[in-house]
Design a protein around this ligand. Structure first.
Ligand code: F6P
Length: 411
């Protein structure tokens, strides 16, 4: 039977472990025996605190180098034993950034083909966020945040000195892990698992996404668009009701736009989850109405009838004077979603967006006809719950207020 080794490649904080887990989960869902062999886990178990010191990763530190090589060899042995029995795809999760290391893997594991999967992440914002997140791991418990950051950055810089991208290896895939995109490949066509792995690498996985709209604002009440208004009392009650409704959900990431109404809606959610990560993305700011920002729909009808006519003719492609259209929103919303999903990994997340933004976000999942996108229903007292993995497909709109908002505000 043809079996396969998959060996991850990439500098720290590039999304290797998330991708390795997805490959494992995707294969297991298809009934294939796949298992992870993680060098970091073995290092922490065998060596512990000493291996948190960045000097452990200095390529000129003989002891550190030998210890890491020993761990790599040991994991290869265990993986080989497992494949020799019932295993089908063994996934070696480690940095494997040097050609020498990969040569060692290819010349040690000769019983089955080795497919290298390299994760690349050029998005500085995501990289910084990932590095910050790493510094909150138990490994850095005895460090201050700044010490942890400096230590991890130093570890990365040691890896950078020996990093060589994939090229000479026999089979490989290079992936932009922030965009689920294959950048280059040398396919392992003989492997029956190759097409499935390729598919897993490019598909969008969402374990659990909540998509809510901000609560009511004075602008909403009056039919005024855009701007940066705060929530009304009803809006604040909706925010409390949303937090109460989601109280038991293990949301780890809260994404908002940079607008006050989005922040205010997310605040009760965050108060209940001091551990959650919060990030504000400009990508989730409401459609920019340009010259019409802050105007009432009725004023636009009267003073700029060509805008209303243009929107009536085709709301999806109509671009506000000096502003945006739904069609234009797509790209930035997609970038925001990609960033949010990358950062959250497999952890549950919520995006507190806006009417047009949420329509476009939903359209990315719904495969809606473009002309229908600006009419998707985005109420302020319901949220969407989305889960899309090979094992689970959920798409539901859930009411969270049901009149409870007002009483929560009074509490
Ligand atoms: O009315 C609230 C709002 O979020 C405005 O800020 C925005 O311009 C509008 O919704 C988008 O919806 P529509 O495209 O239907 O006007």
């Amino acid at each position: 039977m043809q079996k396969l080794y998959v060996a991850m490649v990439g500098l720290p904080a590039r999304g290797k472990s998330t991708l390795a887990k997805r490959i494992r989960d995707g294969l297991v869902t298809e009934g294939i025996a796949a298992k992870l062999f993680n060098n970091g886990d073995m290092r922490r178990a065998l060596i512990g605190a000493e291996s948190t010191d960045p000097n452990f990763y200095d390529p000129n530190n003989k002891l550190g180098r030998e210890a890491r090589e020993m761990i790599c060899m040991r994991n290869m042995e265990i993986a080989r034993e497992w494949l020799a029995k019932d295993g089908e795809v063994a996934i070696l999760d480690a940095t494997n950034v040097s050609r020498a290391r990969r040569h060692l893997i290819e010349t040690t594991l000769t019983d089955y083909p080795v497919l290298f999967v390299e994760c690349v992440n050029e998005d500085q914002l995501l990289l910084n966020a990932c590095i910050r997140r790493k510094t909150t791991l138990p490994e850095y418990a005895s460090y201050t945040e700044e010490e942890a950051l400096a230590s991890f950055m130093k570890r990365i810089s040691y890896y950078e000195t020996i990093y060589e991208p994939l090229q000479d290896e026999k089979y490989w895939l290079r992936v932009d892990s922030t965009a689920n995109r294959i950048l280059d490949e040398r396919p392992c066509e003989s492997s029956p698992y190759y097409p499935a792995i390729r598919e897993m690498v490019v598909s969008v996985w969402i374990q659990c996404l909540y998509l809510a709209r901000h609560g009511q604002t004075e602008f909403n009440l009056r039919g005024r668009i855009g701007g940066d208004p705060p929530l009304t009392a009803t809006g604040r009650a909706q925010a409390l009701a949303l937090a109460a409704h989601l109280r038991d959900k293990p949301i780890e990431w809260v994404f908002t736009s940079t607008r006050i109404r989005s922040h205010e809606t997310a605040t009760p959610l965050l108060t209940e989850r001091p551990e959650a990560h919060a990030m504000a993305f400009k990508e989730f700011d409401e459609i920019w109405a340009g010259d019409c920002e802050g105007m009432l729909y009725s004023e636009i009808r009267e003073r700029m009838p060509e805008v209303t006519q243009g929107r009536n003719a085709c709301k999806y492609t109509y671009t506000y004077p000096n502003g945006e259209s739904y069609a234009l929103l797509r790209e930035r919303v997609q970038r925001g979603l990609r960033r949010a999903l990358f950062l959250a990994g497999d952890a549950p997340l919520i995006i507190v967006g806006h009417q047009a933004i949420n329509r476009v976000l939903l359209s990315l999942f719904l495969r809606q006809r473009n002309e229908d996108v600006p009419f998707i229903y985005i109420p302020q007292n319901q949220y969407y719950h989305i889960s899309l993995t090979p094992r689970r497909k959920v798409f539901e709109r859930v009411p969270y207020d049901g009149g409870r908002g007002a009483s929560l505000l009074a509490e």
